[in-house]
Design a protein around this ligand. Sequence first.
Ligand code: HEM
Length: 139
Amino acid sequence: MTTEAAEAQKEETPPGTMYDWLGGEQAVKNLVNRFYDILDSDESLKPIRAMHKEDLSPMRLSLFEFLSGWLGGPPLFIERNGSPCLTGAHQPFKIDAASRDQWMQCINQAMADINIEPKYREMLTPAFEQMTEMMRNTD
Ligand code: HEM
């Protein structure tokens, strides 16, 4: 990369982590709460909603804690659970391409609804896609 290109990139991306760029703890909580509100109300997400327990409040905490560390903030999930491995937690569920796509639809809608800047959404969507593909455990 040329010096000018590196300088231009620095200007576009402030110092810190994605956790900071999004707005820290409150922004991550807002994202997770919006995600589960959508999961709980959008008819097209019924198949993956049905995999979850009736009470989504423990998941609101778990996903917040996981994303906090994943986005570069405090590693709360690892502190509480010891392991950042999520594939085991998803083994009991039959997660196919349709489930993966529903999860992506839900997170993309949540990111748009809480007004995450498009430039950060463009970075996060492919990262979430990789994660959901890792959770897929059947065709
Ligand atoms: C690919 C589609 C996915 C489906 C269908 C799915 C579904 C589920 C279900 C059914 C549970 C258990 C819920 C409950 O106990 O009520 C769960 C747990 C969890 N999921 Fe997912 N999930 C997916 C992808 C993801 C992704 C991409 C992440 C992270 C970015 C994630 C993070 C978590 C966390 C943190 C837990 C809690 C694990 C624990 O407490 O040990 N999931 N998921």
